[in-house]
Write a protein that binds this ligand. Structure first.
Ligand SMILES: Nc1nc2c(ncn2[C@@H]2O[C@H](COP(=O)(O)OP(=O)(O)OP(=O)(O)O)[C@@H](O)[C@H]2O)c(=O)[nH]1
Length: 307
C-alpha cells in the first residue's frame, strides 16, 4: 500500500467530479465502475445529496470519483447549499465529467450547468449517457448540440446501465490524470463512513417502496450503530425523517407493513455491506420544513466545510 508520499514512476492518480442534472445516471455509472453498491440509485431526482467517493484502483492508476449533488437552479435553501457544494467540488479536481441523458434534449438545466462551467479551468468531458435508449442516428445531432456550446476536452457516449463504452471512457480519463501516488489502499472503494452508506440504503428503500407518494424531502439519521459481540451482530437504530404527518402515515403503512418492508429490505443490503447479521430498528419522525432549516442540515449528514 502506498502511503501517499512516494510516487511509483508512471503511476497516475486523480480526483474526478461527476456533475449533471438529477436522474441522468451518475450513481449508476459510479456503481458500474466501482462494482459495488455505494451510491444509491433511484428513479427519483436528487437522491444523491452527499459527496460519495468511489475509488477505482488499477495496477497503474487510481481514480477517485466524487459524485456531486445534481446542479440545478436553487429553489430553496437546500438547493442553494447543494449548488455551492457542487460548484466548490469542481475547483479542486483534475477532471469534470458532465453527464447528460441522451433521452432528453438540451434544456434549461444543461444550459445552466454549461454557464457554470465557463468559469471552471478544470478540463471537462461530456458524457452522453443512456445511449441504449436512442437510435444511433440521433447521437450525432446531440453531439453537435453540445459541441457548439462548450469546448469539451472529449465527448463520450456511454450506457452506464449496460456498460457500453465505459471501459473506453476509463482509458480516456486515465490520460487526463496526473502522475501521482496511490492515495487509498487497493481494497478501499469508498472513504465514507459505513453509517452514511447504511443511512443511504434505508433511504433508498423508503423512496423506492413509497414511489411518488413521498417526495425526496426524506432523510435518515443513524442514531446508533453498534456491534453486539455476544450475539455476533450489528445493532442499527435509525430514524426516517419526513416533513408532514401524512408522509409519516405512508412510510409506516397499514399496520406498520410499509415500515416493516423498508426495514427488511434495508437490513438485507446492510448485512451484505457489513458482512454480518444486522438487527435494524426503524422509526419515523416528523420534522416540519426541515429543508429550510440550515442549522439542522449538518445533523442530517450535510458536510459543507469539507469542500
Ligand atoms: N436505459 C438506461 N437507464 C439508465 C442508464 N443509466 C441510468 N439509468 C437509469 O436512470 C435512473 C436514474 O439513475 P441514477 O444513477 O439514480 O441517476 P443520478 O444522476 O445519480 O441521479 P441523482 O442521484 O438524483 O442525481 C435510474 O432508473 C437508472 O436505472 C443507462 O445507461 N440507460
Amino acid at each position: 500500500m502506498a502511503d501517499g508520499t512516494s510516487v511509483e514512476k508512471g503511476h497516475k492518480s486523480g480526483f474526478i467530479s461527476i456533475i449533471g442534472r438529477p436522474n441522468v445516471g451518475k450513481s449508476t455509472f459510479l456503481n458500474r465502475v466501482i462494482g459495488q453498491k455505494i451510491a444509491i440509485m433511484s428513479d427519483k431526482p436528487q437522491t444523491t445529496r452527499n459527496k460519495v467517493q468511489g475509488v477505482l484502483t488499477l495496477d497503474d492508476a487510481q481514480f477517485i470519483f466524487i459524485d456531486t449533488p445534481g446542479i440545478h437552479k436553487p429553489k430553496h435553501r437546500l438547493g442553494d447549499f447543494m449548488m455551492k457544494v457542487a460548484q466548490n467540488t469542481l475547483k479542486g479536481v483534475d477532471l469534470v465529467l458532465f453527464m447528460v441523458s441522451a433521452e432528453e434534449g438540451f434544456g434549461k438545466g444543461e444550459e445552466f450547468i454549461i454557464e457554470k462551467l465557463q468559469s471552471v479551468k478544470t478540463p471537462v468531458f461530456l458524457i452522453i449517457n443512456k445511449i441504449d435508449k436512442i437510435h444511433p442516428d440521433q447521437l450525432l445531432g446531440i453531439i453537435d448540440d453540445y459541441q457548439e456550446r462548450h469546448p469539451f476536452e472529449a465527448i463520450v457516449p456511454i450506457s452506464a446501465l449496460e456498460g457500453n463504452n465505459v471501459d473506453r471512457l476509463l482509458g480516456q480519463i486515465k490520460e487526463y490524470l496526473p502522475e501521482g501516488p496511490q492515495f487509498y489502499p487497493a481494497d478501499q472503494v469508498t472513504d465514507h463512513p459505513e453509517r452514511f452508506i447504511v443511512s443511504e440504503l434505508i433511504r433508498e428503500k423508503a423512496l423506492h417502496l413509497t414511489r411518488e407518494e413521498v417526495p425526496h424531502s426524506l432523510a435518515v439519521i443513524i442514531e446508533k450503530m453498534e456491534r453486539d459481540e455476544k450475539k455476533d451482530m450489528v445493532h442499527v437504530m435509525a430514524a426516517i425523517i419526513v416533513e408532514r404527518d401524512s408522509q409519516k402515515g405512508i412510510i409506516i403503512g397499514k399496520q406498520g407493513g410499509m415500515l416493516k418492508e423498508i426495514g427488511k429490505r434495508a437490513r438485507m443490503d446492510i448485512e451484505q455491506l457489513l458482512g454480518t447479521k444486522v438487527y435494524l430498528e426503524l422509526w419515523v419522525k416528523v420534522q416540519k420544513d426541515w429543508r429550510n432549516k440550515m442549522s439542522r442540515l449538518r445533523e442530517f449528514g450535510f458536510r459543507e466545510d469539507e469542500y
